[in-house]
Design a protein around this ligand. Sequence first.
Ligand code: OOG
Ligand code: NI
Length: 459
Amino acid sequence: MTLNDSVSSDDVRTMFSRAMSDMYRAEVPQYGTLMELVADVNASTLAADPQLRERLARADELDRLDLERHGAIRLGTAGELATMRRLFAVMGMVPVGYYDLSVAGVPVHSTAFRPIDNVSLGRNPFRVFTSLLRLELIEDEDLRTEAQAVLERRRIFTPGALRLIERFEEQGRLTRAEAEEFVREALETFRWHSEATVDADTHGKLLGAHRLIADVVSFKGPHINHLTPRTLDIDAVQVGMPERGITAKAVIEGPPTRACPILLRQTSFKALEEPILFTGEGQAHGGTHTARFGEIEQRGIALTRKGRTLYDELLASVRDEGAAGSSSADYASRLAEAFLRFPDSYEEIRAQELGFFRYSLMESGTAADLEGMGIDGLIAGGRVKADPIVYEDFLPVSAAGIFQSNLGGTEQRSYSANANRDAFEAALGAAVLDEFDLYEDAQTRSLEAVRAALRDGRC
Ligand code: OOG
Ligand code: NI
């Protein structure tokens, strides 16, 4: 294999995310409409705000914007999760973060597979929120045993995909031809299969245990359940959805509208009701299932642990006020009011160490400048820029809201909080990375580069 002939993991990830987007657009037409709306909103936001355009360009975010999206899947067994980790590794995506959603009444725990280094994130930050069903949370023992047997029988990866994963593990990369084949084979795992693996009666019982359990157990594979483009103005997209015939979720999850966006805001459109065929004697029976939807996100600055604690506290204060949580009518105004306590300028966020920044040198200087003025002085003089580091991860409370609004039911189930990161990592066959460490590293490395450049008199 010559080097010319091989492709990088970044390239495979982009090939895959493009193929996935094309497939989803064909399967879920409203996703195409949503993509157009987001492209329009992003173009007008950038045209109206040259400073934002300049900052995104400096942070390498402008070029990735049109490519950028995340998706989500739900897996049924430890073996599926472990193989999925190897499949994503081919695309340079590794597990970051542990999310326990049982607290929010969803019987799964999750991680996000994503690229982690700056260059790869700049090329294409494609991420997949990946959940593992927790069968131990099904109370009915017979149903649990049956669900487990159904899941053990299914094979969600094609032999071709497995062979190419092994090839990648042996060679460290794939040729272009292998990469193209890999993308085709991997896509099969994420495709919608309208034939169920269970009969209508079992599907009904699984639905009764939890709609999510039925979604995972009844199908041949973990269909991608949404794809999410990134917008620069989610409020404009929320308003624009009904105008283009899309039924939007009632409220935007996450922080309120702010001058300096923090973390992640998300909204979605309702899942489609799709026909499915159950197994059964003689004639197959028809039914329907709601699983696949569209979502939009707006990303803001990654918060430090201190910033995140404040975010969690403010969000909880609003959620706790009423059982209706994020669906009550005055939610948006209560949220906005609570978040007045979170500083809304980058200077203040930086001064209070609430968020992470990437530093860059705008004009050359000397070690004496650094000593005389310090980094803060150089920033004040416009010689060093501190740009917000974008949050690349997810939020458990928001994720639960997205799960809930799209399972088609209004059920609220409670499982006692039982995060079990050890069990998740044992199933995964690896530890998940800590997202705070990754942002902190990026910040520290950029600061060190600025200091080194000043010492050397470079720009
Ligand atoms: C995943 C929901 C979480 C997000 O953006 O927070 C998610 C799911 O419904 O499987 O994608
Ligand atoms: Ni999502």
